[in-house]
Design a protein around this ligand. Structure first.
Ligand code: SF4
Length: 349
């Protein structure tokens, strides 16, 4: 009798399915092409916590502007942050730039192939190192992202909460990928299966190459997996953001400190919400004009933010020296995070 759960057979089925159904991605090598490690690395960093649809235009803009890792290494960090603005999780952008420099300075612009060398690069953790080693260099590593976790949890009908079985899932994913004949394609195929067939809602099991062997499907519990502990509601925070104008109608902007939330990004001065300042320098010498009726709401990973907007005129020297001043038309070109883009929209609409 045929063993539908034999690993070489599962690998073969998955790879055949991938050959027929893989999506075209701007960072993905086409048949016969060798994957470009720069493209693989850049896309993997961008795809962390971010959807393929959101990443595509950013990836294309980056590659147009900085076609090689050497180009990115000599870019100004401000330009990189500005190009990244809107993708979120900004530490990724700073590490991207640091990593490009390290590859040029320490490796002569050539990505290291060794998994441990990859792990030592800025911003590269176990997942990304495994993804680059397998996708770019065809080494037998299994990169376990959320898609792969979902497939494995369903395939083996694992009913415990995901947070308790992450390690078990990782080991099982590695077992399913072990010694497969095409590591680069296998890694991508595994993730692709989760992204397009074994989707969070309504998995398309009838189209799945692993359906005959899938325990979650057999037990008809696939869609309920992986289970999660009930999430607590996110705490709410409140703060104030200031839209400050000088006599020439220019707007006050400052750079946030490198460390912490939105580190290194530009912002309209704000207080009261991020555990930093509760009072704004120079506020006493400014003239209050109005409070904007609408508030800005933004959801971060660990909390929800509500910002009131206050408009002020700056007069004295103190505020002038404390900030950088930009014409309104220049503001969209700055490295403003999404929450500050919302402020800009409300203040200029
Ligand atoms: Fe996922 Fe369904 Fe395939 Fe099982 S059969 S791996 S649940 S898509």
């Amino acid at each position: 009798m045929q063993d539908t759960r034999s690993i070489p057979q599962l690998q073969d089925k998955l790879l055949c399915w991938y050959d027929a159904h893989k999506r075209v991605m701007p960072w993905r090598a086409t048949p016969g092409q060798t994957p470009d490690p720069y493209h693989v690395w850049l896309s993997e960093i961008m795809l962390q916590q971010t959807t393929v649809t959101a990443v595509k235009p950013y990836f294309e803009k980056f590659i147009d502007r900085w076609p090689k890792v050497e180009d990115l290494a000599v870019a100004k960090v401000d330009d990189v942050m500005q190009m990244w603005a809107g993708l979120g999780y900004y530490a990724r952008a700073r590490n991207l730039h640091k990593c490009a420099k390290t590859i040029v300075d320490d490796y002569g612009g050539v990505f290291p192939e060794d998994h441990d060398d990859l792990l030592n690069l800025p911003g590269i953790g176990p997942y990304t190192a495994a993804a680059i080693a397998s996708i770019a260099f065809n080494q037998n590593y299994t990169a376990v992202d959320g898609n792969v976790e979902r497939v494995v949890a369903r395939f083996d009908a694992l009913t415990k909460p995901l947070s308790e079985i992450k390690l078990k899932i990782k080991k099982r994913a590695e077992e399913l990928g072990r010694d497969n004949p095409r590591p680069s394609d296998f890694t991508q195929a595994f993730m692709e299966l989760g992204a397009t067939i074994c989707t969070p809602k309504s998995p398309k099991c009838t189209l799945c190459p692993w359906q005959g062997a899938c325990t979650g499907f057999k037990k008809q519990i696939a869609e309920t997996l992986p289970r999660r502990k009930t999430k607590k509601a996110k705490p709410k925070r409140h703060g104030t953001v200031f839209w400050i104008l000088d006599e020439d109608g220019r707007v006050a902007v400052r750079r946030r400190t490198e460390k912490g939330l939105l580190g290194g990004m530009m912002e309209f001065p704000s207080i009261g919400w991020d555990g930093k300042a509760e009072y704004l320098d120079g506020l006493d010498s400014m003239q209050h004009i109005q409070n904007v009726k609408e508030t800005v709401r933004h959801v971060f990973t660990h909390f929800e933010l509500e910002l009131n907007i206050k408009k002020y005129n700056a007069t004295g020297e103190a505020p002038k020296n404390a900030y950088k001043w930009y014409d309104v038309e220049e503001l969209p070109g700055l490295a403003l995070p999404t929450v500050m883009k919302k402020v800009l929209k409300l203040c200029t609409f």
